[in-house]
Write a protein that binds this ligand. Structure first.
Ligand SMILES: Cc1cc2nc3c(=O)[nH]c(=O)nc-3n(C[C@H](O)[C@H](O)[C@H](O)COP(=O)(O)OP(=O)(O)OC[C@H]3O[C@@H](n4cnc5c(N)ncnc54)[C@H](O)[C@@H]3O)c2cc1C
Length: 438
């Protein structure tokens, strides 16, 4: 879960006025020194430079869109509002909480490969409990404390985390900022006067200009180029009317598509919804069933089946252990095993077998493992993680997703050429709360 973000998007407007004071050559020199690692700048100075702002300048209120009302979006919205910005949070779902809102529905494509599938955001399975103690999961200034009448365990169930996030949103009056049932379909660079759709930048000249002039003097560039963003949303009217308990056949229930111009966009859309699937030779002709853990909810559908679980991350371990109570056999495979950690498996020997990865599968339903063992299998369950996905984002190639990395980004948050008007919160898969160790 994410920590509270600092007020890193403040002073956006002020960077313009301050460039005259500092002088962009000086700025360029400092930035080069900072990047070369031999400067005397402190961390805050580096951050200010990377996002093109000046801590001494006057604050200016900006209109900011936050995409997603999960753990990251909620805290981003709170911090932005505290800094005096006008915030709108767009949330596709009907509640805050993001991935923690358990949904018994699954997607119509069990592997999650079809981009046009009917998507479900949450990847929670019914039995899931946190794999971190609650003390480590809360926001720094709003601890995740046990509450009477609720799940008070240190490793509570998913509903408890969803309730905590709802509490957080209520405590800081964030619900008023959220437009529910509203999906962001497009985010693009905008450089017009706010009136016509033609102002949306549709050619690569903007990117070229940024790249040509970018490195020497980023702050001057962003000052001149006035990067703003058009955000196109689709509001599901039917869902909204249903929420309000109105008979919607009278009011009509067509989706409403809207374009709004923002000074800045903070992307908090989560990264546990787009499955990453293992590639295995022979799969196209293998007759069994395949699915990704994103679409796993309960063990019952696997009763008396022979199941291969790929991947020994937290989901793979949880699901394998759950499956042994109903499945005929569970073959748990992974790239490598850490025998000091993976001690649970001998306890279930017989029903649960651990292997190295799958080498190939064949038309007769057989799965061949790299350790030389083969067996006939009914289901392959990919517990192989997730991919970053920003299907709505158009930066003309300035921000890219390659080899499961989003970049270029300063501190995993700001793309230097588009900072501070574009940022990402909550990208790292693994996070430590450093304050615990100092
Ligand atoms: C199975 C599983 C178990 C986990 N267990 C733990 C754990 O024990 N401890 C822990 O700390 N972390 C755990 N995590 C990680 C968890 O994802 C983070 O804790 C955190 O909740 C992520 O928050 P987020 O706001 O970044 O993303 P999400 O919670 O995914 O929120 C993103 C929000 O954006 C919305 N959205 C997405 N696209 C759009 C769009 N185009 N328009 C509008 N809205 C959009 C979604 O509807 C969603 O509400 C687990 C994750 C999974 C999948």
């Amino acid at each position: 879960m994410v920590e509270a973000v600092s007020s890193s998007t403040r002073n956006r407007g002020s960077s313009r006025s301050s460039s005259a004071n500092t002088g962009h050559n000086d700025y360029g020199r400092k930035k080069c020194e900072a990047l070369a690692g031999n400067s005397n700048l402190n961390g805050e100075d580096e951050l200010q430079m990377a996002i093109g702002s000046d801590k001494n300048a006057t604050k200016q209120s900006c209109k900011v869109a936050v995409i997603g009302a999960g753990a990251a979006g909620l805290v981003a919205a709170r911090e932005l509002q505290r800094e005096g910005h006008e915030v709108v949070v767009y949330e596709e779902g009907e509640k805050v909480g993001g991935v923690w809102l358990y949904n018994s529905d699954v997607e119509d494509d069990p592997l999650g490969l079809d981009p046009n599938r009917c998507s479900v955001h949450s990847s929670m399975y019914a039995s899931l409990r946190t794999n971190l103690p609650r003390e480590l999961m809360g926001y720094l200034d709003y601890p995740f404390l046990p509450r009477e009448g609720r799940d008070v365990r240190r490793f509570p169930r998913h509903e408890e985390v969803a309730s905590y996030l709802q509490d957080f949103a209520e405590e800081f009056n964030l619900l008023l900022l959220v437009k529910f049932c509203t999906k962001v379909e497009y985010v693009g660079i905008y450089r017009g006067d706010g009136n016509t759709e033609a102002d949306i930048v549709n050619d690569s000249s903007f990117k070229q200009q940024l790249l040509r002039e970018g490195c020497e003097d980023l702050r001057e560039d962003s000052a001149n180029l006035e990067t703003r963003w058009v955000v196109r949303t689709r509001e599901r009217r039917q869902a909204v009317e249903k929420e309000r308990d109105v008979l919607n056949f009278a009011t009509g229930c067509e989706d409403q598509v809207t374009d709004v111009i923002f000074d800045a966009v903070v992307i908090c859309n989560g990264h546990y919804s787009q499955p990453r699937v293992a590639w295995i030779p022979g799969l196209e002709k293998w007759p069994g069933k395949q699915m990704h853990s994103h679409n796993y909810r309960i063990a019952e559908p696997f009763r008396d089946k022979v199941v291969v679980v790929i991947g020994n991350g937290p989901s793979g371990i949880d699901i394998s252990l759950e499956l042994i109570s109903v499945a005929k056999e569970v073959h748990f495979c992974a790239k490598k095993w850490d025998l000091s950690k993976d001690l649970f498996w001998p306890l279930h020997e017989g029903k649960l077998q651990c292997h190295l990865l799958v080498e190939l599968v064949t038309e007769d339903g057989t799965v061949h493992f790299q350790d030389g063992i083969s067996c006939h299998v009914d289901v392959i369950l990919h517990c192989t993680g997730y991919l970053y996905s920003f299907p709505f984002l158009d930066t003309h190639g300035i921000v890219t997703v390659e080899n499961s990395a989003v970049g270029p980004l300063f501190e995993h948050v700001f793309p230097p050429l588009l900072a501070p008007s574009l940022s990402f919160v909550g990208l790292p898969f693994k996070m430590f709360r450093v304050s615990r160790f100092v």
